[in-house]
Design a protein around this ligand. Sequence first.
Ligand SMILES: CC(C)(COP(=O)(O)OP(=O)(O)OC[C@H]1O[C@@H](n2cnc3c(N)ncnc32)[C@H](O)[C@@H]1OP(=O)(O)O)[C@@H](O)C(=O)NCCC(=O)NCCS
Length: 181
Amino acid sequence: MPDESRVHDAKAARRGRAADAVPSLTVRRAVPADLEQVAAMRLALLQEEADNPLFANPHPGAAGRALRLTRRQLATPGQVFFVAAHGDRLVGMLRCRAARRTPLVVDAHQAVVTTAYVVPSGRRRGVLRALVHAAEQWCRANGLAGMRLQCALGNAGGRSAWESLGFEPAEVLYIRAVAGA
Ligand SMILES: CC(C)(COP(=O)(O)OP(=O)(O)OC[C@H]1O[C@@H](n2cnc3c(N)ncnc32)[C@H](O)[C@@H]1OP(=O)(O)O)[C@@H](O)C(=O)NCCC(=O)NCCS
């Protein structure tokens, strides 16, 4: 029988590993000059999410909308876009915004993590791990005691990645079409 405390310690140690797995990788806050690369990654993420019913029907103007949405978000306080870069080339991104759950519970302030994406050629090298590490530091600096995110049930790779990084499934999002609407 495995020693549960050692298994837990090993998992915690892996979660705590920072960007040093990829020596040339830089993780930093996105700046306005990153706009086009971030918007392009958003569109690539949208394509990869095609099997997710929440993202299955891209808007014909998605390219222009991605630019405008990103520009607006980069200028909005209370949130942050982290990007991972090799030199000038962005290879990943992750967005965090502060949100309040019900005031009826303690630790109600959390970070909502969205827009997590790593370019296919950069995967399985610790890029998401480094982005989550940066997000965790941002949470601490902003007094946020937890992080939450949504991931499609069918996104096996995404779910494995989040669970490797210490996230646990907590609830299921149900959706349903409205007849005649
Ligand atoms: C999910 C995604 C962001 C992971 O990025 P990544 O940089 O490859 O992840 P990392 O290399 O930092 O891996 C972090 C941990 O997750 C695990 N992991 C990552 N991808 C995995 C996969 N496809 N299957 C199983 N485990 C995976 C890694 O093994 C690692 O754990 P370990 O160090 O304990 O072994 C990337 O695959 C991606 O962009 N996918 C398409 C978009 C997407 O699904 N985004 C998330 C939407 S919720």
